[in-house]
Design a protein around this ligand. Structure first.
Ligand code: ATP
Ligand code: MG
Length: 703
């Protein structure tokens, strides 16, 4: 065959299965494969092969995916293959677009023919029209509730559900909805009517797809012209296709079957937007003569990481689980993934920050490290801990905690209350703060609606931060508390592109890092409580398991999983590790079969009464909180003065230097050497090096 040189150059870097998919004849091809097995690599090589061998012209290929980032990645890989294909076939000229971008182009071209002279305008954001529709339907909706309504409309349209069928459809799939279904449906109907009312039709992103499909379905002339133009279709991340996008794809294809799809059903984590893996799983039923290829070699992660990923997904149940593949790691071996339990989130975050710092010091680039969590509100403790450790970071797919709208509003509300001056020390500050945050959305129970709940989660995190602050400084009044929170907000480093990444598991999809920390893996956070409310074996819980799988498979070499038994130091240690870890946790993990909660290492005992210590504050103090303190008050005052001076010099908040509890422990135990210092919780190697001399000097100088 004249295409031999092209083939060998193109297929040199492929394994046997990848090569089979690349070289398959034109027609239906389905690549089912796990994370990091080279799916994107395979389809780009397949396109290059088809074009290079002259089977199809570059301009007749349409490659689609779901995010601009993924489309861009595909384009750059295709351009990179131009040189390899060696035929001058211009593989880089192949169109690689998102579904929306492809539909937009096509609609612009066909619209005059299908609709006539009435123009259309793209509605970049549906917010104002949804707000108007809510208003007309007499549905009271806050800004976040309007966003949630818009989300529902998007889900319904992506799922091809009309306003009339909305209520029934949400009941059928037991979908969590932000408000009564009849009211959502009324707003949805009103929204569609408002868009169609003006001189020019307003089209939202989903309308682009609907109209494109309809134009091809209803007008044989349009269909013929379109199908003449595009002959060969390729879809990456096919498990993320929605019924609406599938309808467009079906319209594009017509009776033809020149379609290559690749995907991983076990990475389906966007079901709530309407994405469904069923089209991927049903592919060979729809195209019985399809070439189906399974890739099992994982080129991204070490065998240790791959093994954990396999064990987690092994437990999956339901239809999607049937498609899982056992991955085989191809990289050289690396460290075993670590699993760590902490008494509280502050301790967990501090340990993660220390480990991150250690990795950076031993040569891992900050940009190659990620801390991943389930919900955005979890970022706060990590921002704090990384700031304290002096590590630069960026929060991906969201702002830093103190930049969030609801947190800024909350600080203003607290500030105003402080200025009104109706509160002083002694009043129950945590309860007061919760009262002030209630009008902003901190209800007693988590509300329904994605955005509304996210606001609630952030406000809850703030209230918990206040609990923590008040626990360590009982003398605070509201004004001092607000000042303290402002100091914290201001001390956060501005985001840097080359810093450590903080991201939610959803935002981490498709990305990879050398080192990954999966944090906050407590049951009720992952799986999240509202998924559990659908039942322990529900599809919602299965999707949470897939989130963990996506998280694990982001790591190339270093992977640490951790959880905390309570939110705040001294809080009730009522949490348990994620149920997904029960079968994969190593033997040395705490045995919780009898419900006992053991600390790692020997039990810590009170140095006054020898009782076992079980709250973080007590462990910090190295005595029961109720036991008499033998404190040297003068020394404590001097230690505090020294702390303010040092903090001022370093331009950091005082708590970054040492917490009150650490200073109290020093003033009580009077350490005389380095060993005694590091035995005090809150003093690690770094602080010993930085402040050890000063502290010992202060102790020595006591009267
Ligand atoms: P995801 O599920 O995260 O989208 P994927 O299956 O699309 O992953 P790719 O991004 O194509 O995987 O490949 C993962 C990494 O492995 C890339 O760096 C790619 O270059 C490399 N890789 C893929 N196949 C091979 C191979 N045969 N030999 C060497 N490296 C490979
Ligand atoms: Mg890919």
């Amino acid at each position: 065959m004249n295409a031999m040189p092209t083939e060998s150059a193109l297929t040199a870097g492929l394994d046997d299965e990848q090569r089979e998919a690349v070289l398959a004849a034109r027609g239906p091809v389905c690549v089912l494969a796990g994370a990091g097995t080279g799916k994107t690599r395979t389809i780009t090589h397949r396109i290059a092969h088809l074009v290079g061998a002259g089977h199809v012209a570059a301009g007749q290929v349409l490659a689609v995916t779901f995010t601009s980032r993924a489309a861009g990645e595909m384009r750059s890989r295709l351009r990179g293959l131009d040189a390899t294909a060696q035929t001058g076939a211009r593989v880089g000229a192949v169109q690689a677009l998102t579904f929306h971008a492809a539909a937009r182009r096509q609609l612009s071209y066909f619209w005059p023919r299908v609709v006539g002279s009435t123009g259309w305008q793209l509605l970049d954001s549906k917010f104002s029209v949804v707000a108007q529709a809510a208003n007309r339907a007499k549905v009271q909706a806050s800004t976040d509730a309007v966003r949630d309504l818009a989300g529902e409309i998007e889900w319904a349209k992506a799922s091809l559900i009309t306003p009339e069928r909305y209520a029934q459809a949400v009941a059928e799939v037991s979908r969590d909805i932000p408000m009564d279904a009849a009211r959502v449906a009324a707003v949805y109907a009103g929204y569609e009517a408002l868009k169609a009312r003006g001189e020019v039709a307003l089209l939202d992103f989903d309308d682009l797809l609907l109209h494109t499909a309809a134009a091809i379905e209803n007008d044989p002339g349009v269909a013929a012209e379109f199908r003449d133009r595009y002959r060969c279709f390729v879809v990456d991340e096919y498990q993320d296709v929605t019924p609406l996008q599938q309808r467009v794809l079906t319209a594009w294809l017509g009776e033809r079957d020149d379609l290559t799809v690749v995907g991983d059903a076990n990475q389906t984590i966007y079901s709530f937007t309407g994405a469904s893996p069923r089209y991927l799983l049903d592919f060979s039923r729809r195209f019985p003569d399809a070439t189906v290829v399974r890739l099992e070699r994982d080129y991204r992660s070490t065998p240790q990481v791959v093994s954990l990923a396999n064990r987690v997904i092994q437990e999956a149940r339901g239809r999607v689980a049937g498609s899982r593949l056992h991955l085989i790691g191809q990289r050289p071996p690396g460290p075993e993934p670590a699993m760590r339990e902490y008494p509280d989130e502050v301790a967990e975050a501090a340990a993660v920050a220390r480990a991150v710092k250690g990795l950076i010091e031993s040569g891992t680039e900050a940009a190659e490290i990620a801390v991943l969590y389930r919900i955005n509100a979890q970022s706060e403790v990590y921002e704090e801990a990384l700031t304290e450790a002096g590590v630069a970071y960026q929060v991906r797919g969201g702002e830093g905690f103190f930049s969030r709208q609801e947190i800024r509003q909350a600080l203003v509300a607290l500030q105003r209350a402080a200025e009104r001056g109706d509160v002083g020390p002694g009043s129950d500050l945590p309860a007061l703060v919760r009262g002030l945050l209630e009008p902003l959305g901190l209800t007693a129970e988590p509300p329904a609606g994605t955005r509304v709940r996210e606001r609630w989660e952030a406000l809850t995190a703030l209230a918990e931060l206040v609990d923590e602050e008040v626990a360590t400084r009982p003398d605070l009044d509201l004004a001092a508390l607000v000042a303290e929170l402002r100091v914290r907000a201001d001390s956060r480093h501005p985001p840097v592109v080359q810093g450590v990444t903080l991201a939610s598991l959803h935002a981490a999809k498709g990305l990879e890092w050398d080192a990954v920390f999966l944090v906050g893996l407590a049951d009720g956070t992952l799986p999240i409580s509202h998924a559990l409310s659908h039942g322990p074996d529900s599809e919602a819980v299965e999707e949470e398991r897939r989130l963990l799988y996506v998280g694990i498979t982001r790591a190339r070499v270093h992977l640490t999983l951790s959880w905390a038994l309570s939110r705040t130091p001294g809080g009730r240690q009522s949490r348990r590790p994620s149920r997904f870890l029960s079968s994969v946790a190593p033997k040395q993990a705490p045995d919780r079969s009898n419900g006992s909660r053991r600390q790692r290492g020997p039990a810590k005992r009170c140095r006054v009464c020898n009782a076992e210590l079980n709250t973080p504050a007590a462990i910090m103090l190295r005595r029961c909180e109720t036991c008499a303190s033998d404190i040297d008050d003068e020394l404590l005052t001097r230690l505090k003065d020294w702390r303010s001076r040092t903090a001022k010099e370093l331009k950091v908040p005082a708590f970054v230097v040492f917490s009150d509890n650490t200073l109290i422990a020093i003033a009580e135990t009077l350490p005389t050497d380095d060993a005694a210092l590091v035995a005090i919780p809150g003093i690690g190697a770094r602080k010993l090096e930085q402040y050890g001399e000063d502290l010992l000097e202060l102790v020595r100088a006591r009267g």
